[in-house]
Write a protein that binds this ligand. Sequence first.
Ligand code: ITT
Ligand code: NA
Length: 185
Amino acid sequence: MRIRFVTSNQWKFNEISEACRRKGIEVEWVRMKYEEIQADDTEEIARTSCERVSAQLGSGFFLEDTGLYVGALGGFPGPYSSYVSKTIGNAGLLKLLEGKERGAYFLTVIAYFDGTVVRTFRGILEGTIADAPRGSNGFGFDPVFIPSGHSRTLAEMSTSEKNMISHRSSALSRFLEYLAGRGNG
Ligand code: ITT
Ligand code: NA
């Protein structure tokens, strides 16, 4: 089976293709930056993006939206994760969290247009924000995110280790189960 993944983000593609390769699924990278609506709900952003992109690509593709939700910051940066990562970055996030509770989670919502409706699949990874950045693998908030039950940050894990636990790979597993159930797998 072959499927298209629409993202401008090289690291997202690397993770998704590694996870798919293990299951014998081929992923084609549609490297494209689509415009996202501004909304406070990751699912709504993914769904709307998928509807818009389908006008251009038809069906048989998926995309995803991911956010980091920090409890002590009322869920911030959430849907603003991309902007926050590019502007204040991990150093700025750590500064905001000085003296605060460190609980956080990642949420990925995959959206897939089946030709008739958009379907969404979620994946969550719970954890804490580290006191300082550690590790050089991965991207974005990986150096400051320690998954629950682990002592290393995501940036101290390999792609395949991250894929064993991540928000993105959980959402992907649900999506692939759905595809297999439809007889496309
Ligand atoms: P596309 O929309 O083109 O897929 P993007 O990078 O803009 O790529 P998002 O809007 O989902 O994607 O951005 C969320 C940001 O959150 C992303 O730019 C990273 O900084 C961060 N992020 C997303 N997934 C992450 C992960 O698994 N680990 C660490 N940081 C992550
Ligand atoms: Na996105």
